[in-house]
Design a protein around this ligand. Structure first.
Ligand code: SF4
Length: 475
C-alpha cells in the first residue's frame, strides 16, 4: 500500500530545511511553466505566419542526407481531454480507408516532386497521430505497400522505424504487433500517462496496468525497443498517484520513458474544458512530482537524459548524452541531427534546413488538395529562419535544452558577434535568475544551468525567445 510521504521525504535535491522547501515553493510560483512552450522547435509554430507556400517546397529541399519521414494518422477511437494533438475522433475504422488512399497519393506526389533518388536509403521514419495503431492490419498493409513503391529503407542497425501505440490490447492486437514488426518497425511508444483510475477518468482514458504489462512484454519479445510516455500535472494527480504509476512502469522495464508535463490551455484545446481547473496540481506540486519521479527512476536504474527523458544505460541516448551528443527537435530528444523532415498526412510538418512547412490541419481540406493534385501545404503558416532565428534556435534547443550550458565564446565565434553585446537584455534577465539560484556564471564565457535551474529549464530557454518578448514589449 502506498503511504503519504512526509515533508522531509519530499525535500528535493538535498534540501535540508523547511526554509529551503519554502524557497522552492516561491520559485515554482514565480517560474510557473504552464504558459511556456516546450521548445520542440524555435520559433514555435504559433509564430509561423509567413508564406512558405507549395511553390517553395521543392526549392527548399536539399538531399544532402536522407530525410527523416513523419506520417500523421489523425483518427482516434475516443478523445482524451488533455490532448494537444491534431486528431479526429471516430469509432469507425472505415474512416481510415479514405485517409489511407489520400496519404498514398500524397506519398507518390511528394516523392516524385522532391526526387525519388533521395528516398532510397531512409534510416528513420515515425508514424504519429492521432492513433496510428487504430489502423487495421489491412490498412497498415496498404500504407506500407504504397511506401515500398516509392521509399527504400536502409538495412542495418542504424535504421529506426517507430510508431506511437495506444496501450489497449483491443487496439493493438498480437496480430497487429506481429505485422508491424514483420514490415520493419523496431520501436514503439506506448502513451500510458497515469494508471490511477480517478486521473484516467478525468482525462477520458482507461488503461489497465495488467494489459499494458502484457503489451510491453509481447513487444519486447518480438524485438521492439519499447518507450513509454507518462504525464504529470494531470487533474487529480498527486505525488502518490504518479509515484505508483512510475513504480509500475519501471517494473515493466521499458527502454525509455518520457515524462511530459500537462499544459492546460482550454481556449486553444477545447476538449480541455472538460477538465476542471481546480483539479489541476499547482506549479509547486508539479515540481515536487517531477522531482520525486526523477528520484524513483534513478533508484530503479534509469538515467536522466535532457530534462524529461529517462533511459537505461544500454540505450543509445545514454551514451550520446554522456558524450554531449544529443539533439532536440520535433520528436523530442534524439541522437540524430535531423536536418530535414518530410511530413505526410494532415497537419504534418516538414522542415528543410531553414524553412518550416505545415500541411493543412483539417482532414477535409488536406484531402481535397491531395485529390486535386496540389501540395496540401498551408500558404501562410510556414516560416523561413532568419540569421537571428538560427542563432537563437541553437541556444534554445542545443545549449539550453540539451547541454544545460551556454558557451558564449563558441557562439560568438560561430556567428561573428559579441555575445554579451548582442544579448545584453537577455543577460540582464539571467542576472536576476542567477540571484534566484537558477543559473551560474562560472567564468566570463559560460552560463551554466544548475540543478535548480533544470527544474525551470523552459523558462531559461524562454529568455532567448525573441518572438514572445517582442509581443510582451508591444502589449
Ligand atoms: S492523446 Fe492520443 S489517443 Fe488521446 S485523443 Fe490525443 S492523439 Fe488521440
Amino acid at each position: 500500500m502506498q503511504t503519504v510521504k512526509s515533508t522531509e521525504e519530499l525535500l528535493p535535491y538535498a534540501l535540508d530545511s523547511q526554509a529551503e522547501l519554502l524557497a522552492l515553493e516561491r520559485l515554482s510560483r514565480k517560474y510557473d511553466e504552464n504558459n511556456i512552450p516546450l521548445y520542440l522547435s524555435y520559433p514555435t509554430s504559433s509564430w509561423w505566419k509567413s508564406s512558405t507556400g507549395p511553390e517553395m517546397f521543392a526549392e527548399k529541399f536539399c538531399g544532402d542526407t536522407p530525410p527523416f519521414l513523419y506520417f500523421h494518422f489523425p483518427y482516434c477511437k475516443k478523445g482524451c481531454y488533455y490532448c494537444m494533438c491534431y486528431k479526429s475522433v471516430s469509432n469507425n475504422t472505415a474512416a481510415n480507408d479514405d485517409y489511407v488512399q489520400t496519404l498514398s497519393r500524397e506519398i507518390s506526389t511528394k516523392v516524385k516532386m522532391l526526387g525519388p533518388e533521395y528516398f532510397n536509403n531512409i534510416r528513420q521514419m515515425h508514424w504519429g497521430g492521432g492513433t496510428p495503431t487504430f489502423l487495421t492490419c489491412r490498412q497498415i498493409d496498404t500504407v506500407f505497400n504504397t511506401m515500398q513503391k516509392h521509399i527504400g529503407f536502409a538495412a542495418g542497425d542504424g535504421t529506426t522505424l517507430s510508431l506511437e501505440g495506444y496501450p489497449d490490447e483491443t487496439v493493438i492486437t498480437q496480430e497487429k504487433l506481429r505485422l508491424l514488426r514483420d514490415i520493419g518497425f523496431n520501436e514503439i511508444s506506448f502513451g500510458v500517462q497515469d494508471f490511477d483510475p480517478r486521473v484516467q477518468s478525468a482525462i477520458n482514458r482507461n488503461h489497465d496496468s495488467k494489459a499494458v504489462r502484457a503489451l510491453i512484454e509481447t513487444a519486447k519479445s518480438m524485438g521492439f525497443s519499447v518507450n513509454v510516455d507518462l504525464c504529470y500535472g494531470l487533474p487529480f494527480q498527486g505525488i502518490n498517484e504518479l509515484k505508483k504509476t512510475v513504480g509500475e512502469i519501471t517494473s515493466m522495464a521499458p527502454d525509455r520513458v518520457a515524462m511530459f508535463t500537462y499544459v492546460h490551455h482550454p481556449l486553444i484545446f477545447p476538449m480541455q474544458r472538460a477538465i476542471p481547473a481546480s483539479s489541476i496540481p499547482n506549479s509547486f506540486l508539479r515540481v515536487l512530482m517531477a522531482n520525486d519521479a526523477e528520484r524513483d527512476f534513478s533508484d530503479s536504474g534509469y538515467y536522466k537524459v535532457g530534462y524529461d527523458h529517462f533511459v537505461r544505460s544500454s540505450h543509445p541516448l545514454y551514451k550520446a548524452d554522456r558524450s554531449g551528443g544529443i539533439v532536440r527537435d520535433f520528436m523530442g530528444y534524439s541522437i540524430e541531427d535531423r536536418k530535414q523532415f518530410v511530413g505526410f498526412g494532415s497537419s504534418a510538418i516538414s522542415f528543410f534546413g531553414d524553412s518550416f512547412f505545415h500541411n493543412k490541419t483539417s482532414i477535409a481540406d488536406y484531402s481535397q488538395d491531395v485529390a486535386s493534385g496540389k501540395l496540401p501545404v498551408i500558404e501562410k503558416m510556414g516560416h523561413t529562419l532568419s540569421r537571428d532565428d538560427v542563432l537563437r534556435n541553437e541556444i534554445i534547443q542545443q545549449h539550453v535544452m540539451c547541454d544545460f550550458n551556454i558557451d558564449k565564446k563558441a557562439l560568438s565565434r560561430k556567428y561573428g558577434i559579441s555575445f554579451d553585446i548582442y544579448f545584453q537584455p537577455e543577460i540582464d534577465i539571467l542576472a536576476a535568475y542567477h540571484r534566484d539560484g537558477l543559473v551560474d556564471f562560472p567564468d566570463s564565457h559560460t552560463i551554466r544551468i544548475n540543478e535548480t535551474g533544470e527544474k525551470f529549464i523552459r523558462h531559461i530557454a524562454y529568455v532567448f525567445d525573441r518572438y514572445y518578448h517582442s509581443k510582451r514589449k508591444a502589449a
